[in-house]
Structures are given as C-alpha cells and as structure tokens.
Design a protein around this ligand. Structure first.
Ligand code: DGT
Ligand code: CA
Ligand code: CA
Ligand code: ZN
Length: 564
C-alpha cells in the first residue's frame, strides 16, 4: 500500500505529456495515439503498474509492449522516463499548454513557438495583443481574439476527472462494499450519482451493522494507494489511478435524508431548503423538522423524503436547480426519463476501415450481442478515399445476412470543411443509409455557418459532436446552438449526443433545448472498438440530465421509423 513507487496516475500523466510533446514535434500520429492509449490503459488498471513493470509483467496487459514497459521501469527507478526528459529539454513547458486553447492545434502551436519565438503564456498573450499572431499564414484577428478570451477564462485548479473514467471504478467499489458482511445499504452519491460529466471526488453512503469494519475494509483494499482520512464512520482513500473516494457510514433510520443530502447538488439542496422554510419545515441532512411542532421526520427512503416534502421523486440526474423542484411540485416532471435499455441501435461507429480497432463484422456481432436492432458503420470519409467507400459498401452487403437479425447500415462520417462543403460527393452520399456530418478542424472559422450549410445538404442526416469540445482539452467552438436547433428543425437533421467520455456533446442543457424544440436527438457511442459501444451509457446519462424521455431520443425507435 504505502510505497514510494509512482501511482498509476503519475505514470499515465507522463505518457500523456510525452504524446503531447510528440504531437507538437510533428511525430507520426500512430506513435502519439499509441502513447495516449497506453496512458488511459495505465490509468484504468487497478493494479500498481510500476510494480508490474519492475517484475517484467506489465507487458502481459493488452496494449503494453516491451517498449512501454521499459519506460515504466525508468519512471519507477529514476522518476521520469528518458524520452520525456529529452523532449522536455527541447520544448518549453508552457508551450504544451497552448495546445489546450481553442483553435490552436499542434501545428499552429509549433509555428507560434518556432517562428515567433513565443514560449510562455504571458508571451502568447502579448503576441495576441500586439497582433503578431496574424503575421503567420492562416492565423487572423479571430485567432488572436480567441486566444485572449481563452486565456482570460482559464480557470485555476486541477482538472476534474471524466465521469467515464470514474464511474466504472465507483460502481465496482460500491459492489465490493455491498459484498462485505457488515454492509447493509450502499449507494453512490454526489456528482457521480447525478452523472455529471466530470467529478472531483467520489462519494459513497452506506449503512452497516458494524460501521468500523466497513470503513476499515475500504482502507485495506488492494487498489488503495493512500489513506487520507480514517475514522469509525468515515474513510477517504485515493486509488492507484488517482481517484478520491469518500465513504460515510450513516444510521439506517435517516439513510434517505443523508443520501439525499450527499447526492446534492448543493444548488438543488439550497433551493429545496428555502422552499421548505416557506412551508415551516427545516431540512438538514439529519431530518426534516416541523418548526412549530418540533417534530422530526427521518426516513430510510429518498422517495419518502421527496413525497413528505410535497414533490414527485426527482431522479438524481435532474438535481441541479434547473427548474426540477418547481416541476416536481406541480407533478410536471417527465414520467420516465430515457434509459439505456431503450436504445435499439447505434448510428455512429468506426471500424478498422478508418481509425477503429475492430472489423465491420466484429462491430456488428458486438452490437447484436448488445441486443441492438441496427448499427450504422460511419467511418471517416477522408480515410475511404479512392473508392474505399464503395469497397466497404460491398463488404457490408456481403455481411448483411450473416449478422441478422441485426440490420447493418451503410453510414459515413463526412467532414465539414472550412468553407462549409463536405468531403464526399452527393452521388456517393446518396448511396448511404445514414450520413453524419462533423466539424473536425478550423473550429474558429464560422462553425455555425458551416454546420448550417451542411444541414442544407439533403443527404446529411445528423450532425456529429456539434460543438467539438474535448473536456479538459479543448473549449467548445463558438457555435450558436439556438441557430443550430432552428436549422435542424427546418431541415429535419438530427443532432447527436456523442457519448465519448471527453466529448458528451451536445451537453445536457443544449440537448434539452433541442428536444423541447422538437429536434431529433440521437445518442451515439462514436465507438472506435467493440468495448467502447458501451459509452452510450454516458450519453444516456447526459440525455437524462437534459430531461429527455425515450420518445425524444431517435434511436429508441425501430429503423424503419428513422430511415431517411
Ligand atoms: P464534486 O465532488 O465537485 O464533483 O461535486 P459533489 O456534488 O459530489 O460535491 P461534494 O463531494 O463536495 O459533496 C457531495 C454533496 O454533499 C453535494 O452535492 C451536496 C452535499 N454537500 C457537501 N458539502 C456541502 C455544503 O457545504 N453545503 C451543502 N448545502 N451541501 C453540501
Ligand atoms: Ca463528490
Ligand atoms: Ca465528497
Ligand atoms: Zn466519429
């Protein structure tokens, strides 16, 4: 447990940084992606990776070869891998952070650094203010404006963890705790229970016949790297991959009150309490007190608590003080939010025809095993140039019978170019069952106008990841979502909730606005391998946070009702 070996999260950070530096130097993307994959793999591995590497056993993990293992050994032995030390000497540390700014890709950052000699954030700000960035070809006043805005907005503090990285770990811990003989009720709480897209720490609420035994059990689990706090009813631990878990064991008779309190959000709770005060009730984590009679209401059940306070039950995903209390008071919440099991298919996936890891057949079989009725293969058109789209169509055709009853759809993901045109001809698009159009670059060049232009094309069925944001890495493009919604409605184009853990794009509030306006919203995995089809669980969570019902999610319907 307490060792001097680096935690998996620290090892992963080094691989991330190495990938960033290589990308900046213009190394081939294959290597960059290999290091990024290794980083996320290491982050997700429950066992201490440094220990495994020192024993020569890290390469038994899929995706880790001898080269990467060697680098992990270096980190364990001297604190930093050589490749990183070497590159850090070549690239000034702050230059790496430039890549996180909107509109600045690695190539642009390299030119700003090498051609303008800009090496710090301060110098970058000055260069933008002095209108020097526009002296580089391809950069303009708009770039300078974006850089200045992004620098002004740059928040301090460590980045929040992606829900997609934290939730599986949290649910596994909850399951492990439930199995302990002293445990009675165990439930996740906090932002993760509300399925916020990012989380700071992971909260667990439990009741137990022997609270001390349960908190002690948590601190002794194998994947625990550090115990930050430990008492008879509370424990805080940090896992190998850097996740902080907060366990509270509470009395069973007020479990409902405490679970409600620690689920939050803070804003929801504050509004709930203010509302209660107006009716002579004082709400705290311990119970609800009638101010006049002094009588206290405590309950094991959250459902009973909301009912006692005069509300419909409010699903955790809605507890953000965005109108849910008013709606629940007058019985106006959606009767049932969309659920993962409602999905009948996935309309955006990739295969090894482009940047995916599995074949069309493997993806189809995995989709069928998930119980889907249909699957659209939407490889990047760019990678299917020179007749690739046609050859893929032939493969799909040949597979159709073999993967029945799954309906295999010929899809494509086309790129919306800087001028709003698409990188595939209308003739080719006409042969597709489903066309996703996405912006992948030039985010600062009139993204709204380009997307609206793409929607005018009658072959385009759906806009992929509409704002292009990457959580913790890239701000959303300055897209006018209201105009997007109007245009989607007018053209009958669907808008995607892309379920990639770092995208979740549309965000909840935009998905809600789109659905309320009557736009068809699709929850897609954008899966690049069979194991990532399950990302739709995150997309569904985002849809629920946007108050969406199954009716409002297009791919809960059978294909014949969707077919363009
Ligand atoms: P996070 O951890 O930043 O992702 O977000 P939460 O919502 O999980 O926040 P956390 O872990 O600080 O606290 C969990 C819940 O407990 C929070 O949603 C509401 C409740 N809570 C914690 N501290 C306070 C507080 O000082 N005041 C109120 N009203 N509620 C609190
Ligand atoms: Ca939390
Ligand atoms: Ca907490
Ligand atoms: Zn895609």
């Amino acid at each position: 447990m307490a060792t001097t070996l680096p935690r998996n999260a620290d090892v992963a950070d080094q691989f991330e940084l190495l990938a960033d530096l290589l990308e900046l130097e213009g190394t081939d993307m294959f290597q960059v992606l290999a290091y990024r994959r290794a980083a996320s793999l290491i982050r997700e591995t429950p066992r201490p990776i440094a220990e495994l590497a020192l024993a020569g056993r890290a390469k038994e993990l899929p995706g880790i070869g001898a080269t990467i293992e060697g680098k992990i050994v270096q980190i364990a032995e001297v604190g930093e891998m050589e490749a990183l030390t070497k590159r850090k000497q070549r690239v000034p540390p702050e230059v790496v952070s430039f890549m996180r700014l909107p509109g600045l890709g690695p190539k642009t950052v390299r030119r700003i650094w090498q051609e303008l000699g800009v090496t710090t954030v301060d110098e970058l700000r000055r260069a933008a203010e002095l209108e020097q960035l526009r002296t580089l070809r391809g950069l303009g006043a708009k770039t300078e404006e974006n850089v200045l805005r992004a620098l002004a907005a740059k928040p301090a503090g460590p980045p929040r963890t992606l829900l997609g990285a934290a939730l599986p770990a949290l649910l596994a811990v909850v399951a492990v705790l439930r199995d302990h003989p002293a445990a009675e009720l165990v439930c996740e709480a906090g932002s993760a229970r509300r399925r916020r897209e990012t989380v700071r720490d992971l909260d667990i609420i439990a009741t137990a016949s022997d609270p001390k035994a349960l908190t002690a059990y948590l601190t002794q689990l194998e994947w625990v790297a550090e115990v930050s706090a430990h008492g008879p009813t509370k424990a805080t631990v940090v896992s190998q991959n850097g996740l902080r878990f907060d366990l509270r064991v509470v009395p069973p008779h007020s479990y409902g009150n405490l679970l409600q309190h620690f689920t939050g959000s803070k804003h929801h709770n504050v509004a709930l309490r203010e509302d209660a005060v107006r009716r002579g009730l004082s709400v705290s984590e311990y119970g609800v007190q009638d101010v006049e009679t002094r009588e206290v209401f405590q309950t094991r059940s959250e459902e009973e608590l909301y009912a006692y306070l005069g509300y419909q039950f409010i699903p955790p995903e809605l507890r953000e003080n965005r109108g849910e209390l008013e709606a629940a008071r007058r019985g106006g919440l959606p009767a049932r939010l969309v659920e993962h099991g409602d999905l009948r298919g996935d309309l955006h996936t990739h295969t090894n025809w482009s940047d995916g890891r599995n074949t069309v057949e493997e993806m189809a079989v995995a989709a069928r095993e998930r119980g889907y009725e249909y699957l659209a293969i939407c490889d990047h058109a760019q990678r299917l140039r020179g007749g690739g789209l046609e050859r893929q169509a032939a493969e799909i055709e040949a597979l159709r019978e073999r993967v029945e009853p799954l309906r295999l759809l010929r899809g494509v993901e086309v790129n919306v170019r800087a001028d709003g045109s698409l990188d595939v001809s209308d003739d080719e698009l006409a042969g597709c069952d489903w066309v996703v159009a996405s912006v992948h670059s030039g985010f600062d060049r009139d993204p709204t106008g380009r997307i609206v232009a793409a929607m005018q094309n009658p072959h385009v069925d759906c806009i992929g990841h509409p704002t292009g944001r990457k959580i913790n890495r890239r701000e959303p493009a300055d897209v006018d979502v209201t105009r997007l919604i109007e245009s989607a409605l007018a053209t009958g184009t669907a808008l995607e909730i892309n379920s990639q853990p770092d995208r979740l794009d549309l965000i909840d509030a935009h998905a809600r606005a789109a659905a309320e306006a009557g736009v068809r919203v699709v929850v897609n995995s954008d899966g690049h391998g069979i194991e990532t089809l399950q990302y739709v669980e995150l997309g569904i969570a985002q849809a629920r946070r946007g108050w969406l019902t199954a009716d409002q999610v297009l791919n809960t319907r059978p294909w014949p009702e969707i077919a363009p």
